[in-house]
Design a protein. Structure first.
Length: 495
């Protein structure tokens, strides 16, 4: 399968090249052209264990790698790294099911993809005969940063710089990143919000490619954000895992539709669900759940995307996003029209807004439903799920749970619902504690203890040991300093 830019039919790459490059040279995202060439026997995939599923699915999505090569990469990425080799368990909660994506090394759903990406990246480097060191640049709203640092830590031939919004991540997330060990890792705060950091990273990529700023320096840039297709593809697997788990639990029969409710930020997680559907999995509606930054709710309801609006800091910060990069891939796959996508993205850049044609809006309506809730609704959901079902969820999961209930109420003929859970409640302990009606004094670590005392839910080991670890990264810069920061770091021999 050939990958192409979402903005031009003539910009093409194979999977390995697309993984190495991250962003396409014209500023678009690499996307498969269409799914019609892909052959996947999805029913037999459902009978495999998670590693087997990952091998099958990833070797059809990323055909630069053979089945056997992929099996080895999957082993290296996941074996022994998660709480269970099933990777992502599905648990019944009331009449719904919750798909727990946070059982990995940093207690974030991004571990699923970011354990796999470094393996794909080093394999792609070999396939493409690249001898340059790969410098990963990542902007994070909190969870990606730590998961990427952990995934790339001391992986030969790679280095990684993570930018996070100064004061824009939780204390636990910040501690996770600033205490990261490893010879090839660098962490830096940027004064601004996540969109500023993400735009800054995108601008560095264009400046470096257009002006050859790193030519001949033995370094090339790549990305670990969900704009990288090697980051997106591994996320398709857990939709199959959850579906198979529902079949095995006899909650559905093979072939029955399942609706998935996804707490959405950059649109990667939910887009992976759309990929799963295009690979044959009987996905019903994909429900896009947002917090007070409800730009996607408005877009999916009206067809107009308009980022000219206030930005809110919420208790679900990983969804505090106004420009959802991966939406571009969906627009391309639904319209099959790179020229249209280029024009919409041009309007977004120039005026901060665009409106999709009616035909495209109709296709969106057929696949997606959207809803949102604010911080009050989020906390109410945490309290209710805990009181009614004894299940403790984090703030992002709570947004999805609340939207799932609205979705079911407004769509009585809905399919069985799976709610994606994207973080451990211990990553956002202050909001969780107040939502269950308890209080604590002291720092966020004391609050974690208090959540544990109140609920008995175990604290993940990687978080419990954080407080003792020394801070190793203290840089803070302005957003217009990001380029010179990267150029400086790129040419330092030792970090
Ligand atoms: C990244 C993240 C999300 C949003 O996922 P996208 O793929 O960006 O839509 C939701 N919840 C948590 C906890 C996250 O870290």
């Amino acid at each position: 399968m050939v990958y192409q830019s979402t903005r031009s039919d003539s910009v093409r790459a194979d999977a390995a090249q697309a993984i190495l490059d991250g962003l396409a040279p014209d500023g678009g995202l690499y996307s498969m052209h269409d799914f019609s060439e892909i052959r996947l026997d999805w029913k037999s995939v459902l009978t495999l264990d998670t590693f087997g599923m990952a091998t099958e699915i990833l070797s059809v999505l990323l055909p630069s790698f053979s089945h056997d090569e992929m099996a080895a990469l999957v082993q290296r990425a996941y074996a022994g790294k998660f709480e269970t080799d099933a990777l992502t368990p599905t648990v019944p909660v009331g009449e719904d099911a919750i798909l727990e994506l946070f059982r990995g090394p940093t207690s974030a759903f991004k571990d699923v993809a970011l354990s796999m990406l470094p393996q794909l990246m080093t394999a792609a480097r070999e396939k493409c005969g690249v001898s340059d060191e790969i410098l990963i640049l990542t902007a994070t709203s909190g969870d990606t940063g730590k998961a990427a640092l952990e995934g790339f830590c001391d992986v030969p031939g790679t280095r990684i710089i993570v930018f996070y919004p100064h004061g824009g991540v939780s204390a636990v997330q910040q501690a996770q990143m600033t205490t990261q060990a490893g010879r090839n890792v660098c962490v830096c705060a940027v004064r601004g919000n996540f969109d500023d950091a993400q735009t800054g990273v995108k601008n560095i990529f264009s400046a470096v490619t257009e002006n050859g700023l790193l030519d001949g320096k033995g370094v090339r840039l790549s990305s670990a954000n969900s704009i990288n297709i090697g980051r997106l593809a591994p996320q398709v697997v857990y939709y199959f895992r959850a579906y198979a788990d529902l079949v095995n639990a006899k909650r559905i029969a093979v072939g029955d539709p399942v609706d998935f409710v996804v707490p959405t930020g950059n649109f990667g997680d939910i887009l992976a669900g759309y990929f799963a559907k295009r690979l044959g999995l009987p996905v019903g509606k994909l429900v896009c759940a947002s917090n007070a930054n409800n730009i996607l709710t408005d877009f999916l309801r009206t067809g107009r995307y308009d980022r000219n609006r206030p930005f809110f800091k919420t208790v679900s910060p990983s969804m505090d996003i106004l420009v959802s990069s991966n939406l571009e891939r969906l627009l391309f796959l639904l319209s099959e029209d790179a020229e249209l996508v280029a024009s919409l993205m041009g309007q977004l850049k120039a005026a901060g807004a665009y409106e999709v044609p009616a035909a495209l809006k109709a296709k969106l309506d057929a696949e997606f439903w959207a809803g949102c809730t604010d911080d009050a609704g989020t906390k109410e959901a945490i309290g209710k799920v805990y009181r009614d079902y004894g299940y403790l969820c984090d703030t992002h999961t709570a947004v999805a749970w609340a939207v799932a209930q609205d979705y079911k109420a407004q769509n009585p003929d809905h399919a069985p619902v799976v709610i994606l859970s994207t973080a451990s409640p211990y990553k956002f302990p202050a909001a969780v504690l107040s939502a269950i009606g308890a209080r604590a004094d002291g720092d966020e670590f004391a609050v974690m203890e208090a959540v544990h005392d109140a609920t008995g839910v175990p604290i993940p080991k990687n978080l419990a040991s954080l407080r003792e670890r020394p801070v190793r990264h203290r840089d803070v810069i302005d957003r217009d300093e990001m380029l010179s920061y990267v150029l400086g770091k790129a040419t330092e021999k030792e970090w």
